[in-house]
Ligand binder design. Structure first.
Ligand SMILES: [Zn+2]
Ligand SMILES: [Zn+2]
Length: 256
């Protein structure tokens, strides 16, 4: 009860500063046109954009033309992935801040994610006629309580606002998927171990709400794509028409 109250107060404060901040969300440098710009030019310049050659399936930066090696060996069940930034250097360090105590920074990433999605998705105009369903990758209730927020939800909220403001028809539902078990730390696992690790970790809680819909699954980081693949599998199994995977950053293919 006490926790829920604090969470709401924190959320209200974040929403206030999202619109009324006055400094760069990373370094605090004064910004007169906030929130038109949420980062100063210096900080924004440090981010590595995921432009150039990307995998047509998962959206990560690739070393050669065509589908990446990761997708070749384990074709994901989501239709296509999108990430505005590469999970490297400062882009990796900034997105890690979002989950480690700087949720306000999610607003910047979310706007970039919405732009990237609209730019790369071949028929974005379709979502002016047919509503998109945004679903953040969930955390277990225990983890969420520890952290006080779920960074994927923060990102999905921002993406929703930006897409709506651009004339798209979007709904956000944070209760469609549930994470029912905390998998072991995945950092040093290969794809196969990650896939086994996340298998059965997610559960579709509201089957009816996702049936026949186009879902955009939202998360902060795509590494192997195992989490996105597992969530997509569950959603498709529950009758979702199509799953797209939108993350703030994606690990590039091997060495660049
Ligand atoms: Zn800055
Ligand atoms: Zn790929």
């Amino acid at each position: 009860m006490k926790f829920e109250f604090l969470r709401k107060v924190n959320k209200k404060l974040r929403d206030f500063f999202k619109e009324n901040g006055f400094g760069c969300d990373v370094c605090g440098a004064e910004l007169f046109d906030y929130p038109v710009h949420r980062l100063c030019a210096d900080c924004e310049g440090k981010l590595q954009r995921n432009d150039g050659r990307v995998c047509p399936k998962c959206g990560r930066r690739t070393v050669a033309e065509g589908v990446c090696l990761n997708c070749k060996s384990n074709m994901p069940s989501f239709t296509q992935g999108f990430s505005p930034f590469v999970y490297r250097g400062e882009s990796a360090s900034f997105i890690n801040r979002v989950k480690n105590g700087a949720p306000l920074l999610a607003a910047y990433f979310a706007e970039q994610m919405a732009d990237d999605f609209l730019r790369k998705y071949p028929d974005a105009e379709r979502f002016k006629r047919e509503p998109l369903l945004l679903v953040p990758v969930p955390m277990t209730e225990k983890k969420r309580k520890q952290r006080g927020y779920n960074q994927a939800e923060e990102l999905a909220e921002g993406v929703c606002e930006k897409l709506k403001a651009s004339g798209y028809s979007v709904e956000l539902d944070i209760g469609i998927l549930q994470k029912v078990k905390d998998a072991a730390e995945q950092k040093h696992m290969d794809y196969k171990s990650r896939q086994d690790n996340v298998s059965g970790a997610f559960h579709v809680h509201k089957r009816k709400a996702c049936q026949g819909r186009t879902v955009v699954l939202v998360d902060d980081i795509m590494t192997t794509g195992a989490t996105g693949n597992e969530c997509a599998k569950r959603l498709l199994g529950a009758g979702t028409k199509e799953v797209l995977f939108l993350t703030a950053t994606a690990l590039p293919e091997l060495k660049e």
